[in-house]
Design a protein around this ligand. Structure first.
Ligand SMILES: Nc1ncnc2c1ncn2[C@@H]1O[C@H](COP(=O)(O)OP(=O)(O)OP(=O)(O)O)[C@@H](O)[C@H]1O
Length: 309
């Protein structure tokens, strides 16, 4: 388990991680989401003892990283897959890591097999593709057979096969009872992989909930309405503060009012309804809605308005 209590990191006047309190539990995959610069990597670095918190604490299995007797046996991490000397072979790199951490060298062949790099184990890592580098980084994280695993953007640069492989690996590591904490920008991937989501915005905790709950919380906000008096109804809904998009002739997509509210208003106005259905949203839409006010660098608002969220 990873426990964060009031975890805070400031660089000068800027607070990049702001009073985070949460537990990342074993036996599930916890997705870690947030716009660029939200503080995800900084949080992971503090868990791994690579950055010192300004205040608060980050514990792994109840202890700070620095107090772990055999760190690699307790927590494995993939932070930057390029942090490997290009002149070393995959096998040499992992063997050195095993030796310097008092791990059995027999683990090297096992993790190479797990990540599918056995055939290229004696090639220099400088010739590796981005995807092979990611696999090597994952092999290093697994070397000590740790109960807690952190992966920062593990599917970066992987082809669809590789992405599916990472998804299965994460799921099987969680099924073995490990704590799996994984950051990603790929919402569809997180929807397929994670059980729980932790969402950060500008360093603050925006959500810590099961994936299904995050999606459900978003789905109440967009309602598809069909009515032969669509334009009359659209005007009334807009006057109540809803965002109304006109679809096909009789169709409206309404954001900002519940289906109950829209139904009640239609009844009072004597408007006939042919359909009133909360629109299922994807995790991506729910996420964009959650983090809309926390995006540090926004290119344009047109895209987001276009989706109605
Ligand atoms: N050493 C540092 N000195 C000053 N500012 C820093 C330092 N490290 C990170 N930051 C700032 O902290 C903020 C959070 O960065 P961090 O990399 O943790 O975010 P992130 O959520 O991982 O972003 P991304 O999704 O883009 O990787 C950013 O604004 C970044 O510029």
């Amino acid at each position: 388990m990873i426990s964060l209590r009031g975890l805070t990191k400031r660089y000068g006047a800027k607070t990049v991680v702001d009073d985070l309190t949460l537990d990342v539990l074993p036996g599930r995959v916890t997705g870690f989401l947030g716009p660029n610069g939200a503080g995800k990597s900084t949080t992971m670095r503090m868990v791994l003892g690579l950055d010192r918190p300004t205040s608060g604490s980050a514990l792994v299995g109840g202890r700070p990283y620095a107090a772990l007797r055999h760190p690699l046996r307790e927590v494995g991490a993939l932070l930057d897959a390029r942090a490997v000397h290009p002149g070393l072979t995959a096998r040499t790199h992992l063997t050195a890591l095993a030796r310097s951490n008092g791990l059995p060298v027999s683990r090297v062949a096992e993790v190479l097999e797990t990540v599918g790099l056995t055939e290229v184990a004696d090639r220099r890592t400088g010739s590796f593709s981005l995807g092979m580098g990611q696999r090597l980084g994952i092999a290093a994280a697994l070397l000590g057979d740790p109960a807690v695993l952190l992966f920062d953007e593990p599917v970066n640069g992987l082809d669809p096969d590789g992405v599916r492989w990472v998804r299965r690996l994460m799921r099987s590591l969680a099924a073995e009872g490990r704590t799996v904490f994984v950051s990603s920008h790929l919402m569809s991937e997180m929807q397929a992989t994670a059980d729980q989501l932790v969402v950060l915005g500008r360093g603050r905790l925006i959500a810590d909930a099961p994936v299904a709950e995050v999606v459900a919380a978003g789905s109440g906000h967009a309602v598809r309405v069909r009515s032969p008096q669509a334009s009359l109804l659209g005007g009334r809904l807009a006057a109540e503060g809803a965002l109304v998009e006109q679809g096909a002739a009789d169709e409206l997509l309404v954001t900002g009012l519940s289906a109950e509210h829209i139904g009640g208003l239609a009844h009072r106005e004597g408007v006939v309804l042919h359909e009133l259905s909360p629109r299922p949203v994807s995790l991506e839409e729910a996420y964009l809605e959650l983090t809309a006010s926390s995006v540090e660098y926004s290119a344009a608002t047109a895209d987001r308005n276009g989706t109605g969220v």
